[in-house]
Structures are given as structure tokens and as C-alpha cells.
Design a protein around this ligand. Structure first.
Ligand code: NAI
Ligand code: UGA
Length: 440
């Protein structure tokens, strides 16, 4: 959109994903994205599986592949799996017939650019040169387009040489089409890589900090919204990322924090590792605490009871369920023998089934399938259920007719508001037993 003079080709090893990008229904939901893709597709934006051709044609190549937590071998469950990044580097080296600037866009451990450069340097064709830049991405899902258009900053780390500086200038030229120059931050490569991990760790830490206070609120009578407001009005702290929740989800915070902790352990600085591990431990505690509260409140048994879940995605305005706290809560309730009615207007039913029958979640997929019903209407989802559970902060859930919902439910009817979005007092007047996170 911002660079009509630049040809952008998105390539992926998944032919299925590319065909979805070339179809009417894109593989992800992101506000504003459909419109952009419709306007630019086959104009200056192309989606293709012809990876070799795209590499040969390109001057700048962004590596934006997944860097998930390793599920095997050394660093299992903590280290970032760099297999996909490495495969990209090898393909680029083997295929390139002209000089390239390779941009590390994926989130990676500090000094990953060094490995990329080594692979490129050891495998290239004669007379082909590479520069590797670190240019981490800071967008959030659900507001991705807005974040990209109005980025707080664009960070570019480069090798401290004349060629490195040249590469930085080439990439800056692209961003300068819509980002003011003063927002482009130039650092060395390693600072850039660590800034990305650090930024996610800081954001996650704020959530764990307010969640830790939510626990105290529930036992002391303080109200976490009031506490968060009072804290956030200090201009040194600021109001953002202080909403208590069932815990943070999403594909990155947990993965990147685990990676940071693992790097600290490898660098033999256990004190720093333990510090950041606490952010993750608090997050796990919050998820378990919320699930246990539901069971306890429903007279210590949910076996055979039907419970409604509003929201399954890890946040509003996305269909992404990766590491969603709703999965943890659903798993705990299913383990206790509950039946779940799940309503999330943005998540595909198949995705919910896939998440809840994943071997990590259950060793009994047939039972799970029998115990869940996926609804496309919030009112039928509430029919004959004992409780409504909210893990996602959608405004849509605020605007429902709760009197109508109450009528359809088994009494006493409970609401467990893990995002503190509903009006506690109004619901209590209707007759609901309400549990709101961070409030007694
Ligand atoms: N999702 C987000 O909002 C953000 C993600 N990031 C980082 O961006 C990276 C990608 O994240 P997502 O897009 O969420 O992952 P994703 O898993 O949704 O997408 C990665 C894509 O890369 C493709 N791929 C894997 N190997 C390939 C190869 N050799 N050649 C071509 N394509 C290949 C996969 O098929 C997949 O479609 C991660 O490092 C993540 O930490 C950073 C900021 C925001
Ligand atoms: O590296 C990444 O992938 C991205 O990770 C996060 O973005 P994202 O995970 O898409 O979404 P967030 O808005 O950060 O929300 C993450 C989780 O924290 C929760 N959250 C957020 C804010 C808050 O106050 N409380 C809270 O519980 C959300 O509900 C959600 O589950 C960061 O915000 C982005 O800057 C970063 O680029």
C-alpha cells in the first residue's frame, strides 16, 4: 500500500497457505487486511510457492518464518527452534545469483544473525555477497495493520562496517515511504535482536505484575481496576498493558520468554534466568487459579455439568488460538468431566477441535469431541448451562442481553469474568453469582 513502486512477493513452503492467500478467504483474520490484499494482490503484491524464482528476483529478502519453542532434544520446551530460519538461509545461499540483503524479521535468539551469515557465506555462488540485517517486528495481532502504519519505532540492526551501513540505508529507504526518519532506530545487530526479546519480556512482565496484584485484590477487597488505574497514572509507568487477565496467551510471549530464560542459562547467568522465569510462573499460576476457582465455586464438582465459554482466541479481533489461556481452562474443566459449549465468532470450529484434541492437551481425543459443542450463537451456547466463562476481552461479550442468557441457564447461574469486562453489579442484580478476576 505504502510502496506501490516496490514488487513484494510472499513465498511459503505451504502450498495450502499460498492458495488461501490467493483466494477470497485469507488464512488469517486481521482487521483491515482483506481490503489491503484485495487492492494490491496481483498489482504489486504476489503470493507464490516458487521460492527460487522469488529469491533470484529480490534485492531484499525478509526471513519471517516461524521460530517455535523446540519440542525435542537439547533445550526441549525452552530454546527457539531455528530449523526453519536455517533452511531459509541455505535456500537463499544456494539459489542467489546476485547480491542480497537478508533481513532477519523472525524473532530469534541473540547472535542468530551470525549463524545466518555463516551459512550464507559457506554456501554461496561465486561473486555473490550478502549482508544480514536484524529488523524485528513489534506489531500485535488484532491491530497489526494499524501498528504497521503507525509504528512506534522501526529497529534496524546492522554489521558495524561500511557495507553494513549501506544495507541499513537500503532497508531504511523502504520504511521512509511512510515512517518518519526519527522513528527509524539504528543499532548494532545484537542490540536489535536482544531488544525484541527484551520488549516482549517487559510487556509480559507488566501483565504478570498486575496479575500478581489481582490475587492480592481477591483476598483483601482491593479492586484491581482501581489499583491499575492508580498505578498507570504515574507518567513513569503509563496505563497500557495493565489489564488483569486469565494470563497472557499468543504465540510469542511465552515462546520468547522461554527463549530468553534458556539463553541466560546457556550464558551461565542463572540469576537473570530465574528473574524472567517468574513472569512465566506467575502466568501459569493465574491460569490454574482461574480454572480452580470455577470448579470450587460450582460446589467442587463440574462432572457432567455443562459450561459455556465465551471466547477461545488468545485476544479479541483475531482467530488465532495459539497458547490461548482458554485452552488451559477448557482442558482443566474437561479433565474434571465437564461438557463445554464454546462460542467464539472468529475462530474456526475445526481449530477449536484441533486445539483441544492435541496430544499436549488430552490423551483421550474421542472423549473431548463428545464433551464439546461449538456454537455460532451466544444465546444457544448458554442454554441449560451452569456457568459462563470469559477468557477473551471481546466488547461483543459486554453487549449481550444477560437477562435473556440468565433465563436459559440452570440456577444458580454463574459468570466467571476472567477479563474484567462485564458490569459486576448489573449482573448480580439479574441474579448471577459473579466472579471477576481481581475483585473479591
Ligand atoms: N504473529 C505475530 O504477530 C508476530 C510474529 N513475530 C515473529 O515472526 C515469526 C513468524 O511468526 P508467525 O507469522 O506467527 O508464524 P507462522 O507459523 O504463522 O508462519 C510462518 C510461516 O513460515 C512458513 N515457512 C516455514 N519454513 C519456510 C521456508 N523455509 N520457506 C518459506 N516459508 C517457510 C510456514 O509454512 C508458515 O506459513 C516468528 O519468529 C514470530 O516470533 C514477531 C512479531 C509479531
Ligand atoms: O512478538 C510478537 O508476536 C508480538 O507479541 C505481542 O503481541 P500479541 O501477542 O499479538 O498481542 P498482545 O496485545 O501483546 O497480547 C498478548 C496477550 O496478553 C494479554 N494481555 C494484554 C494486555 C494486558 O493489559 N493484559 C493482558 O492480559 C492479551 O489478552 C493476550 O492474551 C506484543 O504486544 C507485540 O509487540 C509483539 O510484536
Amino acid at each position: 500500500m505504502q510502496c506501490p513502486h516496490i514488487k513484494v512477493t510472499v513465498v511459503d513452503i505451504s502450498a495450502h497457505r499460498i492458495s488461501q492467500w490467493n483466494s477470497e478467504k485469507l488464512p488469517i483474520y486481521e482487521p483491515g487486511l482483506d481490503d489491503i490484499v484485495k487492492k494490491r494482490r496481483n498489482v504489486n503484491l504476489f503470493f507464490s510457492t516458487n521460492i527460487e524464482e522469488a529469491i533470484q528476483e529480490a534485492d531484499l529478502i525478509f526471513i519471517s518464518v516461524n521460530t517455535p519453542t523446540k519440542t525435542f532434544g537439547v533445550g526441549k520446551g525452552r530454546a527457539a527452534d531455528l530449523m526453519y530460519v536455517e533452511n531459509c538461509a541455505r535456500t537463499i545461499a544456494q539459489v542467489s545469483t546476485s547480491d542480497k540483503i537478508v533481513v532477519e524479521k523472525s524473532t530469534v535468539p541473540v547472535r542468530a544473525a551470525e549463524s545466518i551469515l555463516k551459512i550464507l557465506s559457506a554456501n554461496h555462488k561465486p561473486n555473490v555477497k550478502f549482508q544480514v540485517l536484524s529488523n524485528p517486528e513489534f506489531l500485535s495481532e488484532g491491530v497489526a495493520v494499524e501498528n504497521l502504519l503507525n509504528a512506534d519505532r522501526v529497529l534496524i540492526g546492522h554489521e558495524e562496517t561500511a557495507d553494513g551501513l549501506w544495507a541499513f540505508k537500503e532497508l531504511s529507504k523502504v520504511y521512509l515511504n511512510w515512517i518518519p526518519e526519527e522513528k527509524i532506530l539504528r543499532t548494532n545487530t545484537w542490540s536489535s535482536e536482544l531488544t525484541k526479546l527484551g520488549a516482549n519480556a517487559f510487556l509480559a512482565q507488566r501483565i504478570s505484575s498486575i496479575n500478581s496484584l489481582s490475587v492480592m485484590c481477591e483476598v483483601t477487597g482491593a479492586d484491581v481496576s482501581e489499583v491499575a488505574k492508580g498505578i498507570g497514572l504515574d507518567s513513569r509507568i503509563g496505563p497500557k498493558f495493565l489489564q488483569a487477565s486469565v494470563g497472557f496467551g499468543g504465540s510469542c510471549f511465552q515462546k520468547d520468554l522461554l527463549n530468553l530464560v534458556y539463553i541466560c542459562e546457556c550464558l551461565n547467568i542463572p540469576q537473570v534466568a530465574v528473574y524472567w522465569q517468574q513472569v512465566l510462573d506467575m502466568n501459569d499460576y493465574q491460569k490454574s487459579r482461574f480454572s480452580n476457582k470455577i470448579i470450587e465455586s460450582l460446589f467442587n464438582t463440574v462432572t457432567g455439568k455443562r459450561i459455556t465459554m465465551f471466547g477461545f482466541a488468545f485476544k479479541k479481533d483475531t482467530g488465532d488460538t495459539r497458547e490461548s489461556p482458554a485452552i488451559h481452562v477448557a482442558k482443566t474443566l474437561l479433565d474434571e468431566g465437564a461438557n463445554l459449549n464454546i462460542y467464539d465468532p472468529k475462530v474456526e470450529p475445526e481449530q477449536i477441535k484441533k486445539d483441544l484434541t492435541h496430544p499436549y492437551v488430552t490423551d483421550n481425543p474421542e472423549n473431548v469431541i463428545k464433551s464439546i459443542e461449538i456454537h455460532n450463537d451466544p444465546y444457544t451456547a448458554a442454554d441449560s448451562t451452569h456457568a459462563i466463562v470469559i477468557c477473551t476481552e471481546w466488547d461483543e461479550f459486554v453487549n449481550l442481553d444477560y437477562e435473556k442468557i440468565y433465563e436459559r441457564m440452570i440456577k444458580p447461574a454463574f459468570i466467571f469474568d476472567g477479563r474484567k469486562i462485564l458490569n459486576h453489579e448489573v449482573l448480580a442484580t439479574i441474579g448471577f453469582q459473579v466472579h471477576t478476576i481481581g475483585k473479591r
